[in-house]
Write a protein that binds this ligand. Sequence first.
Ligand code: DHB
Ligand code: FE
Length: 280
Amino acid sequence: MARIVAGVGCSHVHAIGEAIDLRKTEDEYWRKLFEGFKRAKELMVELRPDLIIGVFNDHGSAISLQYIPTFSLGVAAEFKPADEGWGARQVPNVKGNPEFASYLAEALILDEFDMTIINEMDVDHGLTVPLSLMLGQGKEWPCPVIPLCVNALTYPSPTGKRCFALGRAIRKAVDRYERDLRIVILGTGGMSHQIHGERAGLINSSWDKRFLDRLSSHPQELAEIPLLEYVRETGAEGVEMVMWLVMRGALNDDVEEAYRFYHVPASNTAVGNIILMNRN
Ligand code: DHB
Ligand code: FE
């Protein structure tokens, strides 16, 4: 039977990808940040996922402003890294799992989550940066990744409550899938960041830390946070944290926090990482 073994929350700051790609990880500015991801990477190896469900937001790379799906699911066999203006990152193509992804699309739609189905998409830093941080830089990613996109780019994003409920529906679908699969669900984005305008560089560490504190034990409380609170307290792009709630919704009520890391700054943002293990 398929089961979700762990959930991961991980920021997707673009500049982190550049630091990796331009071999700056040992530079003074970046050293501490990359040290903080070493243990997370080891835990991912120990978890041996057969599949990752990668919940991320596209940043206008694949999804244009012409059509903005609130939730969408990549069912293709492969997804190339997107060219975000200065050439695509030199990372492996993301291999999907069309069979499971199509199963999941059907299960979610029949469960009244109207996913847009994506047959072709390039994936941007929103997905590839967390994959680099959690899985390292091999010739291939160690397992298939199904991209699940959430609109966190243009207002209104789906609410945290809706994202949490989507996680619950993903969990139900996984539990009904008969083939053996060890699945890790990855929620990307956040934490505090405002990357434009007068409040650019806004960091609210105490709010971020309280979010991390409550993620394992009081997720329902986090699901009630209104979108405007994310924007007010953590910046316009801080709203990306709703994607962590898709991840949390897919886990057991009772989880063990296996790892946590929080770091400021990366570019002009706060970076968070958490690994929650399902006790089952
Ligand atoms: C940056 C971009 C992002 O998409 C994000 O979530 C955080 C930071 C950036 O360009 O710095
Ligand atoms: Fe982003």
